[in-house]
Design a protein around this ligand. Structure first.
Ligand code: ADP
Ligand code: MG
Length: 240
């Protein structure tokens, strides 16, 4: 299987503060890869290195066999940031049009992509509303649509379900699975343990280190327990 994201010996410090310590991780193409860890464990820092918004202090990252950072790759990587970066005094449609305009799309393709992305996240009926009148969940869905606007091969979703009620959480996860079916490779971060089960593979992070990684079934078998929450506690205890 081809590797879409390869992270090799990556460390990151801010000043004297070490935030990531020797991270090694490979995401195969077509996978949903979950990065699970408590708040402050370094998930967002790692994600920003992958999308090229910041540089590792040490180590290397490749996405689609290309060293990061690389401007041309932005076309191929959809990024949903942890905080919604939307223009609240514009409508949903205007937001999508703005982000679509950042990519090389002709007018017709732009329109099609906007319609497609909005439909995917069930926002079509709300496109003419200003984003300031959107609920938290609608804003998260619009951010997901923004990440999809250029039809990227790789999706990096930083806590896509944070602050979203359970029903909508289900619908976002259904969406993530549907995107996988269309052949996309997806890296998703979460601090919610029950979302770990929905991933093909997981890495559990704490204090900037990967405690353990594998499929949910492998992890449970390895630690001889039935819940991933317990895996996290056990793996953390052993510092594996
Ligand atoms: N620009 C920065 N400067 C200094 N410290 C930072 C910076 N960005 C993140 N950190 C620190 O790095 C640690 C990991 O943060 P983060 O990657 O946001 O974790 P997570 O996304 O898992 O909650 C935290 O202690 C945070 O305060
Ligand atoms: Mg974060």
């Amino acid at each position: 299987m081809a590797s879409t994201i390869v992270i090799k010996d990556v460390s990151k410090s801010f000043g004297k503060k070490a935030v990531l310590n020797n991270i090694n991780l490979t995401v195969d193409s077509g996978q949903i890869y979950g990065l699970i860890g408590p708040s402050g464990s370094g998930k967002t820092t790692l994600v920003k290195l992958i999308v090229g918004m910041d540089r590792p202090s040490q180590g290397h990252i490749h996405v689609l066999d290309t060293p990061i950072p690389n401007l041309n790759l932005l076309q191929k990587i959809g990024y949903m940031a942890q905080a919604d970066a939307l223009y609240t005094d514009l409508t949903g449609e205007e937001n999508l049009a703005f982000f679509a305009s950042l990519f090389k799309l002709n007018k017709k393709d732009q329109k099609e992509r906007i319609a497609y992305a909005a439909e995917l996240v069930n926002l079509t009926p709300h496109l003419k509303k200003k984003v300031q009148d959107y609920s938290g969940g609608m804003k998260r869905r619009l951010s997901l649509a923004v990440a999809l606007i250029q039809d990227p091969q790789v999706l990096i979703l930083d806590e896509p379900t944070v602050g979203i009620d359970p029903e909508l959480r289900q619908s976002i996860w259904a969406e993530i699975h549907r995107l996988k079916e269309t052949g996309k490779t997806i890296l998703v971060t979460t601090h919610v343990m029950d979302e770990a089960e929905k991933c093909d593979r997981l890495a559990m992070v704490r204090d900037g280190e990967i405690l353990t990684s594998g499929t949910p079934a492998e992890l449970k078998e390895h630690y001889r327990i039935t819940s991933l929450e317990e895996v996290f506690l056990k793996a953390g205890g052993k510092k594996e």
